[in-house]
Design a protein around this ligand. Structure first.
Ligand SMILES: Nc1ncnc2c1ncn2[C@@H]1O[C@H](COP(=O)(O)OP(=O)(O)O)[C@@H](O)[C@H]1O
Ligand SMILES: O=C(CO)[C@@H](O)[C@H](O)COP(=O)(O)O
Length: 483
């Protein structure tokens, strides 16, 4: 038995699988995000470990016999968050998350530093880890002076589980401190960003074993004391392992808090000018590229909060089949944007509101706006040379068939709904644990999932959605011009 623990932004998921990788049980525990100021986004690492403990406890309660045979836990998590430890291994402050844009000035400065993009293969986006440390040095110098180790969110879970400080390549690639092609911390990048090598955890491949579970924690959680913890991957790399996206031409679209369009690549071929991310995959000698939008289901959650409803209450009334685009336009830049705009200052908007606009019209415009932004990501990915002729849909938003048909029509690609798509990153983490503990080859374990349904673009509606996308794209410069 193996488990995958995925530390998402909206919650922790624990997935139990058999030695054959087949899901046995799942537990979800929700997490909150604190937004103390506009553009800020934080979570307390203690909330993560409490949620992880609760998720494992739920699995144990539902599957006691299977959990008694647990051999390994693999990890997956939201990327880029700066989780800061002092000399004694204590957390110094709440984690500054991936969608926090407070360090936009520091990011712009670093991004303009000669050589930085070339070594890391990426733009230094404000959500990445390095500029956050520069912000800390300027705004919280006493805390900065005490930073002994910088961990990524899921690496903090590994530290909690094992007491061992470590990271792995797929997450490390999102820090701006990694030589992404060489898969090693870069002394040059660390020097350029004012950090030291000793502040970086040892970084292994995603199938590497971090350590064995702490005896006291195993006793507290009622788990076998031989459970090994495997490094795992950043959530998108882990999700790629979960859906078998390992080779050129394989890709997925993820509708989570963020929206992601990912393509596995055979080699390291960065293209930072497109604002596409190029990161190490969670398996050795492999890379991937992705476009990232900062708010996908986050936009839906925002509307749900405003209207006193739940995301599913907003998507259900739209039904399963799309019609021609609505007249309302939504620009989904609630947290600024990464791909393709690299603009942390831009903000979202509804355009075309009239007195008759109701909740369903707003919800529909939100789904359309997020999908148009993902179309912009597809166009950027294609400019890097990635070639996708179909994609899998994963993440919580893919529960809405309407949204997936909308995406298929706007991306003009068939979209496959995997039978167990909602397990994406957690399944990938469990698969990385299987490889790490048993030595099995990733390609044998990380197979493509069974497809529950393929949703084709609605050819009859493609022209009208192309027009609506043009109107959406034409609105961006107007938004930028707003004070
Ligand atoms: N029926 C639904 N229709 C659309 N979105 C949904 C539905 N059910 C859940 N969601 C969205 O899925 C999100 C969770 O997706 P997930 O991929 O787990 O995100 P993350 O990894 O960022 O935590 C929820 O925040 C919610 O907005
Ligand atoms: O910043 C990125 C990737 O670069 C995000 O994809 C985060 O990794 C958070 O993911 P979700 O919580 O939306 O899964």
């Amino acid at each position: 038995m193996f488990a995958g623990l995925d530390l998402g932004t909206s919650g922790v998921r624990a997935l139990l699988v058999g030695d054959n990788g087949q899901p046995v049980g799942v537990a979800d525990v929700a997490l909150d995000v604190q937004h103390l100021h506009p553009g800020w986004s934080e979570q307390a690492p203690d909330a993560w470990t409490q949620a992880a403990a609760e998720a494992l406890a739920q699995l144990k309660q539902a599957h006691p016999k299977e959990m008694a045979q647990l051999r390994g836990i693999g990890l997956s998590g939201q990327m880029h968050g700066a989780t800061l430890l002092d000399e004694a291994g204590k957390v110094l402050r709440p984690c500054i998350l991936w969608n926090d844009t407070r360090s936009h000035e520091q990011a712009a400065r670093l991004d303009a530093t000669p050589g930085l993009r070339e070594i890391s293969g990426n733009i230094v986006f404000p959500g990445f880890t390095a500029p956050k440390l520069n912000w800390l040095a300027e705004h919280e110098p006493e805390t900065f002076a005490r930073v002994a180790t910088v961990l990524l969110p899921k690496d903090y879970i590994a530290y909690w589980l094992t007491g061992v400080i470590g990271s792995e390549m797929s997450d490390a690639a999102g820090t701006s401190w990694l030589d992404t092609g060489a898969r090693a911390w870069s002394d040059d990048l660390l020097a350029k960003t004012g950090m030291r090598r000793d502040q970086m955890p040892e970084s292994r491949e995603g199938t590497g074993v971090v350590g064995t579970i702490r005896g006291d924690l195993a006793a507290e959680l009622g788990l076998p004391d031989a459970v090994q913890v495997v490094a795992g991957g950043g959530d998108n790399a882990a999700a790629a392992c979960g859906v078998g996206a390992l080779a050129e031409g394989d890709g997925f679209v993820s509708l989570g808090t963020s929206g992601v369009l990912l393509a596995a690549r055979d080699g390291f071929a960065p293209s930072p000018e497109t604002a596409v991310h190029t990161f190490c995959h969670a398996i050795p000698d492999t890379w991937y590229q992705m476009g990232v939008i900062l708010a996908a289901t986050d936009c839906l959650n925002w509307l749900a909060r405003l209207t006193g409803s739940k995301p599913a209450d907003l998507t259900a009334p739209l039904g399963d089949r799309i019609t021609a685009p609505g007249r309302l336009r939504f620009l989904p830049y609630l947290s600024g944007e990464r791909t393709p705009h690299n603009d942390s200052a831009v903000r979202g908007a509804f355009l075309g509101l009239d007195i008759g606009a109701g909740r369903d019209d707003l919800a529909r415009a939100v789904l359309e706006g997020v999908s148009f932004a993902l179309r912009d990501n597809l166009d950027a990915l294609v400019r890097t040379g990635a070639n996708l002729d179909r994609v899998l849909a994963i993440g919580g938003g893919a529960r809405s068939r309407y949204w997936v048909e909308l995406l298929a029509t706007i991306l003009e690609l068939p979209v496959d709904l995997p039978a167990q798509g909602e397990f994406g990153a957690a399944l990938g983490a469990a698969r990385l644990a299987i490889c790490g503990v048993t030595g099995a080859a990733p390609a044998d374990v990380m197979t493509r999932p069974a497809i529950a349904e393929t949703i084709d673009p609605r050819r009859d509606l493609v022209p009208s959605y192309r027009d609506a996308h043009s109107a959406f794209a034409a609105s961006f410069p107007k938004l930028k011009a707003m004070p």
